[in-house]
Design a protein around this ligand. Structure first.
Ligand SMILES: Cc1cc2nc3c(=O)[nH]c(=O)nc-3n(C[C@H](O)[C@H](O)[C@H](O)COP(=O)(O)O)c2cc1C
Length: 422
């Protein structure tokens, strides 16, 4: 049944991430919704990520004292309240003004790390000044200019970044067909975009007012003068992403980066072992939330072989498709140290800024704690493969729910909007 969520704070009543997503869909103009929610091509991997979680059921134990339960753990050898961090996502300012800061504050208040993307709206320096108490991780997109890369590493180090996460699955962007429709070239705000924005005044007020679309804070200093606006910057960075990202480049980054190093883009044992050989501290098993290679394995399916290959000697995290506290538990049961969440907290951010993102984290945490009680495993150490059983029944519905945006693709005049975001 289609429900309209018009009240300002009704997202506080959302009981699941899917409900938050549904509300966010109504709150956002189509081009922003599609940017957040969509996947590449036929969105098979996007759906498989969810189906892989649904394919596992639970094996509960009964008559266990579960009065006290907690999900406190170590993530990369430091304490976290949940086995979870916020994933790097670009252009959070399109969802909420100063969206990166809002997400980082939500993470800090809930005791989990936050990852700032290379293509964030807020710069590293501004973020650290605004949220000094967050466990800050920084995600690096490797550009073709070595001087820029080294400068970003230096800035990350100066900013006190604890962990560097190098993303390796975006040497070219996946074909996100909704993006190609929504973002016309040159990347200009069309009449259709403006009409759509006008139909979503809450979004326009929360995200755009008063300064309009923000640019890419980390990259401003490297951009040519005439390409500093949001739309131009995104296109420029996309062109400058190196297509020559190899293990040699990663080995060089390893030499230069003294802190923890995670490689984000691993889907098999061979690459995990290569990451170990260059001295990385850990890997993120990911398919970029189904936004890159369509047909790539669901991450929960890829996890066991990676854990078997390097789980004893490296940190293994997983992302893509986490929508329930139970999904976090399934990843942990199959050997992950923790997970990253991308869209789950973005839906919350789009609805309520910091409070909305915190609400998303609270939902995941409460679901996890409830599950632990019902499973008869009141602490995370007790969650292992013995909790799981293969479900013989049907998998989750395909998450794909693109809305046709052909109607929005006619061109008009106007300002610039970001396009082709990593
Ligand atoms: C809107 C959006 C923007 C993203 N931007 C980045 C990015 O800038 N850098 C990056 O490494 N990954 C990026 N990702 C991928 C996420 O880090 C993460 O791998 C993915 O969102 C996990 O899947 P989930 O959204 O199902 O949790 C982005 C994902 C989304 C949804």
């Amino acid at each position: 049944m289609k429900r309209r969520y018009s009240s300002h704070h009704c997202w506080r009543r959302a009981q699941s991430i899917d409900e938050l997503a549904w509300m966010a869909r109504h709150r956002l103009p189509a081009f922003a919704w599609e940017y957040v929610h969509g996947g590449s091509e036929d969105e098979i991997t996007l759906g498989d990520n969810r189906r892989a979680f649904a394919a596992w059921g639970w094996q509960p134990r009964t008559l266990v004292d579960v009065d006290v339960r907690h999900s406190r753990t170590q993530l990369l050898e430091r304490p976290a309240e949940l086995p979870m961090a916020i994933a790097p996502t670009g252009y959070n300012g399109m969802l909420w003004r100063d969206g990166d800061i809002a997400l980082a504050r939500a993470a800090a208040s809930r005791g989990i790390p936050f990852t700032l993307s290379t293509v964030s709206c807020t710069s590293l320096e501004t973020l650290v000044a605004a949220v000094p108490n967050v466990r800050l991780w920084f995600q690096l997109y490797v550009l073709d200019d070595e001087a820029v890369r080294n400068d970003m590493l230096e800035r990350a180090s100066q900013a006190g970044v604890e962990t560097l996460m190098v993303t390796t699955d975006t040497v070219v962007l996946g074909r996100r067909e909704w993006d190609s429709r929504s973002y016309v070239n040159p990347r200009r705000l069309t009449l259709a975009h403006m009409l759509d924005a006008g139909l979503h005044p809450q979004w326009a007020y929360r995200a755009l007012w008063p300064q309009g679309l923000p640019t890419l804070g980390n990259l401003v200093k490297y951009l040519p003068k005439e390409q500093q606006s949001a739309g131009s910057a995104a296109g420029y960075i996309n062109q400058r992403m190196t297509r020559r990202l190899t293990w040699e480049v990663l080995a060089d980054i390893r030499k230069r980066w003294p802190g923890k190093l995670l490689i984000k883009g691993i889907l098999n044992a061979e690459d995990a072992l290569a990451a170990k050989r260059i001295g990385a501290d850990g890997v993120v098993v990911t398919n970029h939330g189904g936004r890159q290679l369509d047909g790539a394995p669901a991450t929960l399916d890829a996890l066991p072989e990676v854990v078997e290959a390097v789980g004893d000697s490296m940190h293994v995290l997983l992302d893509s498709g986490i929508r329930r506290g139970g999904d976090i538990a399934k990843a942990v049961a199959l050997g992950a140290e923790g997970v990253l969440c991308g869209r789950a907290t973005l839906y919350g951010l789009a609805l309520g800024g910091e409070a909305g993102a915190a609400h998303a984290i609270d939902l995941l945490r409460d679901q996890l704690h409830n599950l632990m009680a019902q499973l008869g495993r009141p602490s995370l150490e007790q969650i292992d493969a013995s909790c799981l059983r293969r479900s013989p029944y049907s998998p989750a519905p395909n998450e794909s729910s693109r809305r046709p945006s052909e109607a929005l693709s006619f061109k008009g005049a106007g300002g610039e909007i970001p396009g082709d975001m990593p």
